[in-house]
Ligand binder design. Structure first.
Ligand SMILES: Nc1ncnc2c1ncn2[C@@H]1O[C@H](COP(=O)(O)OP(=O)(O)OP(=O)(O)O)[C@@H](O)[C@H]1O
Ligand SMILES: [Mg+2]
Length: 270
C-alpha cells in the first residue's frame, strides 16, 4: 500500500445553486432545489436523508454523469461538464463485470483508459490484499460473497488514485456484521488515503457519524439541504467510539434532523 504522501491529495468540491428537474408523465419532478454545498479538499462528508430526497441525483451530478438543470458544480476550481478520470464512484451494487476475475475488474478502469496493465497491476494486487482478498484475485464475481464483491468495487475505485471518491450507499446491501467490517475498513483506507475527498450517501446515521467530518442532512419536497453538522471526533477513529456518550448524543441529534427531513418534527425540535 502506498504511503499518504504518495497519493494525490483531495480536491475541493463546490455546488452553487444546483437544481435538477426531471421530466415525467405526471409533470416535472424537482430532484434538487438550489443546493449550496462546499467540501474542502480531503473532507469526508456524508449525505443523509429520506428516500427520494435527491441523494443519488446529487452524487451523479458531482460525478459529471448527469448535468444539473441549473447551477454549477466545480471540482478543484473547474466546472464539471463531464466525468473526470480523477473522480471515482462506488454504487450500492458492486456492478462488476461477471465474466472478469476480481483482479481484471479492479484493472478495468486502466483497460478502458488504454493504460498499460503493468502500470496498475502491482497496485491492484496490493489493494486486493489490503482489503483481505489475497488469494481471490482470479475468482469471478459470482464466486465471491456480497461483501467481497463490494471490496473489489472499492479497489476498482481506488486503483486510479482518485482525488474525489463518491459512494452511493456502498454497504447497504450487506448484512449488519459485514457492514460494520466494511465501515472499519473504510476508516482504515481513509486514514491511509492521503486525504482524498469523499462524499458518502447513506441511510445509516451510525455510519455517517462514524466515518464523516461533516454530515449534510437533506429533505424531500423541496429536495434541499436542511442541516450541515460537524462531527467533532478526532481521527483515527475506532468503531468502539459508538459507546461514547458524545457519539450517542450526535446520533440522537441526527435522528431528530431526519425526523424533520421527513416532516415528522419541526426544525426547532431537532
Ligand atoms: N432519471 C430520472 N427520471 C425521473 N425522475 C427521477 C430520475 N432520477 C431520480 N428521479 C426522481 O428524483 C427524486 C430524487 O431521486 P434520487 O434517486 O436522487 O433519491 P435518493 O435520495 O437517492 O433516494 P433513495 O434513498 O431511495 O436512493 C425522486 O423523486 C426520483 O423519483
Ligand atoms: Mg439513491
Amino acid at each position: 500500500m502506498e504511503t499518504r504522501s504518495a497519493v494525490a491529495a483531495g480536491a475541493s468540491i463546490r455546488l452553487s445553486r444546483v437544481s435538477k428537474i426531471f421530466p415525467s408523465p405526471k409533470g416535472p419532478v424537482e430532484a434538487l432545489a438550489n443546493v449550496e454545498l462546499t467540501i474542502a479538499p480531503g473532507e469526508f462528508v456524508s449525505i443523509l436523508g429520506p428516500s427520494g430526497c435527491g441523494k443519488s441525483t446529487l452524487l451523479i451530478a458531482i460525478a459529471g454523469l448527469e448535468p444539473p438543470t441549473s447551477g454549477t458544480i466545480s471540482i478543484a476550481g473547474r466546472i464539471v461538464g463531464a466525468p473526470r478520470r480523477e473522480t471515482a464512484i462506488v454504487f450500492q451494487d458492486a456492478t462488476l463485470l461477471p465474466w472478469k476475475s476480481a483482479l481484471q475488474n479492479v484493472l478495468y478502469p486502466s483497460e478502458i483508459g488504454r493504460q498499460p496493465r503493468s502500470a496498475h497491476e502491482p497496485k491492484a494486487r496490493a489493494l486486493l490484499q489490503r482489503v483481505g482478498l489475497a488469494g481471490f484475485e482470479d475468482r469471478r464475481p459470482k464466486q465471491l460473497s456480497g461483501g467481497m464483491r463490494q471490496r473489489v468495487a472499492l479497489c476498482r475505485a481506488l486503483v486510479q488514485d482518485p482525488d474525489v471518491l463518491l459512494m452511493d450507499e456502498p454497504f447497504s446491501a450487506l448484512d449488519a456484521i459485514t457492514r460494520d467490517e466494511m465501515a472499519e475498513l473504510m476508516l482504515d483506507l481513509w486514514g491511509e488515503g492521503g486525504g482524498r475527498t469523499a462524499v458518502f450517501v447513506t441511510h445509516s446515521i451510525h455510519e455517517a457519524a462514524l466515518l464523516s467530518d461533516r454530515v449534510v442532512v437533506m429533505r424531500r419536497r423541496p429536495c434541499e439541504v436542511i442541516a450541515d453538522i460537524t462531527v467533532p471526533f478526532a481521527r483515527p477513529r475506532r468503531t468502539t467510539i459508538v459507546d461514547d456518550p458524545a457519539f450517542v448524543a450526535l446520533c440522537a441529534k441526527l435522528r431528530g434532523l431526519i425526523e424533520v427531513s421527513m416532516g415528522r418534527r419541526s426544525n426547532s425540535a431537532a
